[in-house]
Design a protein around this ligand. Structure first.
Ligand code: ADP
Ligand code: MG
Length: 648
């Protein structure tokens, strides 16, 4: 080290601007203190002693003049460098102890070492050792409220020594103590000086000042006298160095932040629970609504898929013209062989549906009569439950045979009696039931597919519909054939045969894509609603964090005085906000999954949980913590340590 004095003030003044007229508290202070000195600063109350002490301890800055620590002008240092000085060089002892009430004696003493990056085990040991040396071996786990004033002040001395504390700054350390407690503290300070610590003691009591070897008097903000005490010498020893470990600093700060966040959340359980509720509801609604949206989508897609994905539907009527089908009469049985010959076509199935009256005995039913060909079950993968479907021969012969759907069979026949072999009237013509089809369920639009009867298109056209043409022709594409190529082939063929484009071809893949899109839009809409509730929850978090920062302003001041950087404070409050959102997010996922399952079992909705929405919701909650915690945390980090400490 060079020979620059430890502490060197030249022409230092301090003027407070707050509260109307500027108030000059210190002026022209020129003072040099060397390592190993024991200096008492004396003066009447209000003379500016604390202001001077705060400047020396780098909690405050001079308004005019230069203050150098070991030759370095503090005006040239940034916030982090000042924090490092407070952390490693100065050890503050306050009149009112300034311990953190949520922390035990041991934890309080440890805090400065956290900001120095001392590993937890090492700092535990060191804090314990210091407290034992100060006679508090049996009070390590006690909280400040369980300690006497003298004991609290000794904890604060241990804290000041935690990082070595080569310069002890004690601002009226005995002011709040009885004479016995005060003497103990003074004896400790004397002993520390003997071990090489530089001690600067502020007092208004000359009996206390007598312990020092140099007394500086302040009157009305100026140095009025500066005297050596006879018979006292500066300590030649240097205080032991304390190892720092900057590498583990961030980890130590993270650990402390998580611990403090937990304490804070546990100490305000009701408030924490209510704040979390917003996040829980937000995340749960994202998870549940997305699952419901996905379930609905899967449902629709499955129903479409069940109708077959390798089908092309040729509808009559020109493309993109609605409701013109009725006048187009060009789809005739003669087209079928030509369509079947198109390369890639595996099966062809013409269909015409018409709502018709079915009579059996004295029962009348309105059913969907479908005029179709023998290929119908194969094209639609529709199994025959009883009997057998009509054949090409039935079609050719205009046979009066019919296959009926499961719903009709159930409605007209007793269980146990087979409908096959019975006669029904459709329109006015009698038909022999030759098959019952397996149940198929409903269309996406909710029509019951099993409330249908299937007749040869020849018979249906002649006896019921009174028309030869078909409503649509369904083509099943051969396995491995390209849908689009087959579609083009059909298109070309029909243009050639009909000379005009009086048809349009629908591809199942297109239908699925459209349905997919529609359902996705719905899901995104649900997601948007859910995200809004998450944002509302986030605002709740921000609100509570602002309250928390206001409540804990003094704690922030203490932390800064003992070496926390602005970033450390920011990080601590951010951790608290993120933790609320993290725990809220976990609970929200649980509630969301739970209510999703509840919804599916109570309302019978299909819910599909996929990892993505759950992860996104959880990540959003995390992000909410950071975004909405940032503002309050920054407010905390920007607090002026002096003002924060002054707050009650
Ligand atoms: P001492 O410690 O010697 O009793 P202080 O240094 O605390 O005196 O205060 C000196 C003067 O500065 C007092 O008159 C006090 O009212 C004023 N003062 C202290 N802090 C502030 C502040 N933050 N804003 C305005 N005035 C202040
Ligand atoms: Mg004071």
């Amino acid at each position: 080290m060079n020979e620059a004095p430890l502490i060197d003030l030249a022409g230092v003044g301090r003027t407070y601007l707050a509260g109307g007229a500027p108030l000059t508290v210190l002026q022209g202070i020129t003072l040099t203190i060397r390592a190993g000195e024991f200096v008492a600063i004396m003066g009447a109350s209000g003379s500016g002693k604390s202001t001077l002490m705060n400047i020396i301890g780098c909690l405050d800055k001079p308004s005019v003049g230069v203050y150098r620590v070991r030759g370095v002008d503090v005006a040239s240092l940034d916030g982090d460098a000042l924090a490092a000085l407070r952390r490693d060089t100065f050890g503050f002892i306050f009149q009112r102890y300034n311990l953190m009430s949520d922390l035990s004696a041991l934890e309080n003493a440890e805090v400065p070492a956290v900001y120095r990056g001392m590993p937890q085990m090492v700092r535990r040991d060191r804090a314990g050792g210091l407290l034992r040396d100060l006679g508090l071996g049996d009070r390590l786990k006690h909280y400040p409220s369980e300690l006497s004033g003298g004991q609290q002040q000794r904890v604060s001395i241990a804290r000041a020594l935690m990082n070595g504390g080569p310069v002890i700054l004690a601002d009226e350390p005995t002011g709040a103590l009885d004479s016995k407690g005060g003497r103990e503290v003074l004896e400790i300070l004397e002993a520390l000086h003997g071990r090489g610590h530089t001690v600067i003691l502020v007092t208004h009591d000359s009996n206390i000042a007598a312990f020092a070897h140099r007394v500086v008097r302040i009157t009305d903000g100026r140095v009025s006298s500066d005297e050596q005490q006879p018979g006292k010498t500066a300590s030649p020893a240097a205080p032991p160095e304390v190892a720092g470990a900057p590498a583990t600093r961030d980890l130590a700060v993270l650990g402390e932040s998580v611990k403090m966040a937990l304490y804070s959340l546990l100490n305000n359980r009701m408030r924490t629970a209510l704040t979390m509720l917003g996040i829980v509801i937000g995340v749960a609604s994202v998870v549940a609504l997305m699952a419901i949206g996905n379930g609905a989508k899967q449902d629709v897609l499955d129903r479409i898929q069940a109708m077959g994905t390798d089908l092309l539907t040729i509808e009559r009527g020109p493309p993109n013209v609605r409701a013109s089908g009725a006048i187009v009469t060009s789809f005739l049985p003669e087209d079928l062989p030509a369509i079947a010959d198109v390369p890639g076509v595996a099966m062809v199935d013409p269909e015409t549906e018409l709502s018709s009256l079915l009579r059996y005995g004295n029962h009348d039913l309105t059913v969907t009569a479908v005029g179709t060909a023998e290929s119908f079950p194969a094209v639609h993968d529709w199994a025959v439950a009883e009997g057998s479907f009509f054949t090409a021969d039935h079609v050719k012969r205009y046979a009066q045979v019919v296959a009926i759907g499961k719903t009709i069979a159930r409605n007209l026949f007793d269980p146990g009696t087979s409908p096959v072999g019975a006669y029904v009237l459709i329109g006015n013509a009698p038909f022999l039931i030759i098959a019952v089809m397996a149940a198929k369920g409903s269309t996406p639009r909710g029509d019951d597919l099993d409330n249908s009867v299937w007749l040869p298109y020849t018979t249906a056209g002649a006896r019921i519909f009174g028309q030869r043409f078909f409503r649509h022709v369904i083509v099943r594409v051969a396995p491995g054939a390209d849908m689009n190529v087959v579609e083009d082939g059909l298109h070309a063929l029909l243009i050639k045969r009909h000379r005009i484009e009086d048809f349009n071809i629908r591809n199942m893949a297109d239908t699925i894509a459209t349905a997919n899109e529609t359902q996705n839009t719905l899901t995104y809409l649900l997601a948007a609603i859910a995200v809004i509730s998450l944002v509302v929850g986030g605002i709740g978090v921000m609100n509570i964090m602002l309250v928390s920062v206001t409540e804990r302003t003094r704690e922030i001041g203490i932390r800064m005085a003992i070496g926390a950087r602005g970033f450390d404070v920011l990080f601590q409050f951010l951790t608290e906000a993120v933790m609320v959102c993290f725990i809220g997010g976990l609970a929200g996922v649980a509630v969301g999954v739970g209510s999703g399952f509840a919804m599916s079992s109570l309302a019978g909705w299909r819910v599909t949980f996929t990892p993505a929405p759950i992860l996104i919701a959880f990540f959003c909650a995390f992000l909410t913590g950071i975004v909405f915690g940032y503002l309050p945390a920054r407010k905390a980090a920007r607090l002026d340590p002096i003002e924060a400490l002054a707050r009650e």
